[in-house]
Design a protein around this ligand. Sequence first.
Ligand code: F6P
Length: 541
Amino acid sequence: MKALVDKLKTLAAETSATDLRAAFAADPQRFDHFSVALDDLLLDYSKCAVNEQILAGLEELADAAKVAEKRDAMFSGAPINFTEGRAVLHTALRNRANTPVLVDGKDVMGDVNAVLDAMGAFADGIRSGALAGATGEKITDVVNIGIGGSDLGPVMATLALAPYHDGPRLHFVSNVDGAHIADTLKLVSPETTLFIVASKTFTTIETMTNAKTARAFIADKLGEEAVGHHFCAVSTALDKVAAFGIDAARVFGFWDWVGGRYSIWSAIGLPLMIAIGKENFGEFLAGGHAIDTHFRTAPLRQNLPMLLGLIGFYHRNVLGYPSRAILPYDQRLSRFPAYLQQLDMESNGKGVTIDGTPVEGDSGPVVWGEPGTNGQHAFYQLIHQGTSIIPAEFMIAANGHEPALRHQHDLLIANCLAQSEALMKGRPLEEARAQLEDKKMPEADIARIAPHRVFTGNRPSLTLVYDKLTPFALGRLIALYEHRVFVEGALFNINSFDQWGVELGKELATGLLPVVEGKESAEGHDSSTAGLVKALLSAKA
Ligand code: F6P
């Protein structure tokens, strides 16, 4: 692998690929050569520093890393999450073809469909009012209590699919900071509120703590016997849910072969289903399934997740760019960057390969972003003129959901395209000077001011275009990024499906709680931690 990466480094340095202005000037068909579509979903990567030789080199790299074999192993149910001894089969949850999916020789599709049916019946009941609160009143508000993968997916997708939201109002509580649940409880009435306790493990301290607060909210206001009417749960740990006291008929299970950050397709999607209805949720699953089929069958040069993954690897490990910006020009995707942070960084933020050796080069980049056009007025300055090169990933729909505001959508598109064009073209010194000369600025001032108005250009970006942000389109977008993360993980040769890196902090927090509560001394902790404990304890009201 190292030799292939070095070869790509040499190619990138020697060829003209990294001079994007020249590349576009030399090839008027560059867009046709470096863009690919799946139905209405278009990926334009012509503004990335690639050429035919580099793509061939990346293809060689994918072969050497056995990306296709690893992909097939995932879909076949092999225990590729070997540090936890688990298969990785979130794809089975959206397997609308219903073809058998085997885990340990057993087809799981029966169980998958049974949970989906149970979710559908429950969601229908809540939406229609047939499943009411303890006082017989219809549920008007649903509060999802979960964190990480048990929160970010439903939050992001509910916001994304707001035009389809015709069920009860949704609220999300994740942070252990009591402010989060306190502010949320102020917005709802106990008689008309359903709490969903969502936790794969049903041990996560944030979720369990918030769930107890919510339980007390119901029990204090409506009595202990009302609790059953106002709670349901989503988990793989059915025994622990039973111990919490939630009726088995209101528990929706999933399986250890679904990673938390890949669980939006499972019963973790229940709040979304309650919001948009089971038919729309089915469309969302179908979008994910369409990408699965494409990822498994399309040749590499037509394969969107493969190309996204290869370009991501190229940016990180060949060109050395440390981060990527996710810039949806779609206000309803405003939580998509945060969602991708967990998906990408919890999956590929690893330092050890599957062989137990240190990763060669780098693993996953820092992922961050905000929707356009807001970001333009905040951090784009650095993307355009800062000293670090940050590949930008733009997303834009051809159509919004507001035909009456078409002029605003056109403005949104113009801004999106202008940004990628500006990043690519830049503005050389002669152009900056010419602009100032046109303004009749004195030469001494031009010499002083012009350098500040130079844009180096040659800054890479890719753009994803889709018709409209429908449930199907959102399902496709999420699955596309899931598989992109998979491809990059396969190239890094890491296990993208565990997350040991979050454990140490959790363990230390458990040990620190009695110290913070003043029940144990801070002895044995480092002087910084002990000093901070002392400062906080002495200020405790
Ligand atoms: O942050 C670690 C993590 O395990 C995530 O992977 C997961 O999505 C989150 O915690 C929540 O876990 P659970 O669903 O088990 O409460």
